[in-house]
Design a protein around this ligand. Structure first.
Ligand code: ADP
Length: 211
């Protein structure tokens, strides 16, 4: 994947293989008046990055893929299960006060509200809790299920979904996170969460070529 700039020699190698491939390493080295050993790291980089392919006894050939195509290919390999984090859940009978405390203690921006079977019934964001705090209500007796966003209006994802699709959902729906759920007879069991931070982490790993 083209996240690192290719150096001049790597660009030249790419050009040679484009025009002459399949071509052996030996042959490329000759054209550049360099030794095969000198070229080895460059060929390794170009192969690992997906620009070149190598076949034994045939040589190197150009894959014909652009940097963007390779980036897209890698993006399509990132699944929710690879990056999801642990969900923070609260039962639906906790008070707004307790939810606020939980949000601070757990250091998250969204809480998922679940029933006694750990199935999703609601979502509480920072602003939901702030809104409830503006009024004159007694926060320690106000249950969260009065103020939460509730099912079936909750955007969810599953562990085998592509992270890019969840990212699109976060932007389209203007939300910060979605619960990762496992569908069962009882409902949507909450097993994880994907947040904007999750997406940022995956984005960085693409640049670091960790995919
Ligand atoms: P904040 O309120 O801190 O800006 P969000 O943008 O995530 O955080 O939340 C905006 C609104 O959308 C809130 O009312 C929240 O309850 C709701 N919400 C948050 N996550 C989801 C979700 N996954 N599905 C549906 N609604 C959500």
């Amino acid at each position: 994947m083209r996240t690192i700039e290719l150096n001049k020699r790597q660009e030249t190698i790419l050009q040679i293989v484009k025009e002459n491939g399949p071509i052996t390493g030996e042959n490329i080295a000759e054209r550049l008046s360099l030794t095969r050993a000198t070229l080895r790291p460059d060929l390794a980089i170009l192969t690992m990055a997906g620009f070149l392919d190598a076949r034994p006894r045939v040589g190197y050939f150009y894959t014909g893929k652009t940097g963007t195509q390779l980036l897209t290919e890698n993006l399509m390999k990132i699944y929710v299960k690879d990056y999801q984090s642990i969900p923070v859940v609260v039962p639906s009978n906790v008070s707004v006060y307790e939810a606020i405390v939980t949000m601070f203690l757990e250091d998250v921006g969204t809480l998922f509200v679940v029933d006694e079977k750990n199935c999703l019934v609601g979502v509480l964001s920072r602003k939901d809790l702030l809104r409830a705090s503006i009024g004159k209500q007694e926060l320690s007796t106000l249950p969260v299920n009065i103020i939460m966003t509730r099912m079936p209006n909750i955007t969810v994802c599953e562990k085998d979904d592509l992270l890019i699709d969840v990212a699109k959902n976060l932007i389209e729906k203007q939300i910060d996170s979605v619960p990762v759920v496992k569908v069962s007879e009882a409902g949507y069991e909450v097993t994880g969460r994907v947040t904007k931070t999750t997406i940022a982490k995956a984005f960085i790993s693409l640049a670091d070529d960790e995919v």
